[in-house]
Design a protein around this ligand. Structure first.
Ligand SMILES: Cc1ncc(COP(=O)(O)O)c(C=O)c1O
Length: 423
């Protein structure tokens, strides 16, 4: 990705093509400088459940790499796989008889589609109100909602969290207006890993006739399995009254290849707003359910294959490993003087701070020791998403944090607030 300050790279096609062996070597050298996700040194971006699962995803992706999921009439194989992926997800995530869903390219697309559906339903029910109707979000909601609102000319109202780093019902209620198009609850939210009180927000949504979307992009394929051995996990899925749509990323804890997420609806009628149709051109009716036109068949196939490869038993075993690893991080961090995990994250995302120290300077120290560091700006904290790959990294990570905390002098003393750039 380039940012505006990056220099433009002026590069031209080579005059003569190069053989694969040379290209593979060149790419391997480039990759050598990337974050080391295989050994659990990356706190987000990659969800690695081991080489066997990766290999299944890779082979399935390669098998359908040329096929286009835009056209199930041409590729009924992909149409069937997509239906089965949606069906399996609905069964895991509380979908009843009227539920349905769509496979998308990622959490952001799932969210944009859910917002579009909610906005269409709002206008169908109440007409277009004057001014700029808004989406009502807890402060911890992902910026994908702001992106969706920007695209659709909607406003955003973000409300402060409670002391427990979860959505505050009182604040949401206070900001509800006749032109609130959608409320959002996360399961869990990215910054703190906390699960918002979905059942209570669902009641509020029903009381005011407002669409509730649950952002289970992270938790969608982890929480249902964790709930089997942690029955006190809060309910968050489509079966919760008031929840109308839910996003769940296959390319996170579903361990599928990148480019796979789901937007699910409790009632198929609500999905209608997501559809786009256009016929006023020479090629007849063009109809899509997603934002994109062409869709990679490989991403559909990899999701289907990984889900069948892992099955219930596989996902459950991986979820146990993830939660066991997370417990080791939490215990280890809390045993360090001054270190405090924020809130009570029930799944595998967590953030911690170090009282009386500059936690971002601690992050710098970790970076210098070869860890890729994820940060929060408010409050200043370090952040991580624990995945199966982290099982091998916990002790080394905790030892490095401890060594840095024990190091006397300037590096960790409180500095000026930092600007955190996040992806
Ligand atoms: C809670 C949450 N929602 C949405 C997204 C966006 O997902 P994607 O990056 O796949 O578009 C993320 C990404 O980390 C997320 O954590």
């Amino acid at each position: 990705m380039t940012v505006p300050s990056d220099p433009v790279v002026h590069k031209q096609l080579p005059l003569q093509g190069r053989p694969w062996s040379e290209l593979e070597q060149a790419m391997t050298e480039m990759r050598d400088r990337d974050a080391d996700w295989r050994r659990g040194r990356t706190p987000l971006h990659v969800y690695f459940a081991g080489d066997e699962v990766l290999d299944v995803a890779r082979r399935a992706y390669a098998m359908f790499m040329s096929e286009n999921a835009l056209a199930p009439a041409a590729f009924p194989s992909l149409g069937r796989m997509e239906q089965e992926v949606v069906g399996m997800a609905l069964a895991l995530l509380g979908g009843g008889e009227r539920a349905c869903g769509t496979l998308t390219s990622g959490g952001t697309e799932s969210i944009i589609l859910a917002v579009r559906s909610a906005w269409q339903a709002f206008r169908r029910g109440r007409g277009t109100p004057p001014g700029r109707p808004h989406l009502l979000l807890p402060d911890s909601a992902h910026p994908a909602y702001d992106k969706a609102a920007d695209l659709m000319g909607l406003a955003i109202v973000r409300v402060p969290l409670g002391d427990d780093y979860r959505a505050c019902l009182h604040e949401l209620r206070r900001q509800l207006r006749p032109d609130t198009v959608m409320m959002v609850a996360s399961a869990p939210c990215l910054p703190f890993g906390t699960i918002d009180p979905v059942e209570a927000i669902g009641e509020l949504a029903l009381e005011h006739g407002v669409w509730l979307h649950v952002d289970a992009c992270i938790g969608g394929f982890l929480a249902p399995f964790v709930a089997r051995f942690k029955p006190d996990l809060p309910r968050f899925d489509l079966a919760v009254p008031g929840v109308r749509s839910l996003s769940a990323d296959l390319h996170k804890f579903g361990y599928a290849a990148k480019g796979a997420s789901l937007v699910l609806y409790a009632d198929a009628e609500d999905q209608q707003g997501q559809h786009f149709a256009f016929g006023n051109w020479p090629k007849g009716l063009y109809r899509t359910e997603t934002l994109t036109g062409t869709r990679p068949g490989g991403a559909v196939a990899a999701a289907w294959a990984v889900m069948h490869h892992l099955g219930e038993a596989g996902y459950l075993a991986v979820a146990r490993r993830v939660m066991d690893t997370r417990d080791r991080y939490v215990r280890g961090l809390q045993a360090l003087p001054g270190v405090r995990v924020l809130g009570q994250p029930p799944l595998s995302v967590l953030a911690y701070t170090a009282d009386r120290l500059d936690v971002h300077a601690l992050g710098d120290g970790l970076e210098a020791r070869g860890w890729y560091v994820s940060r929060l700006s408010a409050p200043p904290a370090l952040h991580m998403t624990v995945t199966p790959a982290h099982a091998q990294a916990v002790e080394a990570y905790l030892q490095d944090v401890q060594a840095l905390l024990e190091q006397p002098g300037p590096p960790l003393s409180r500095g000026a607030p930092r600007r955190v750039v996040t992806y």
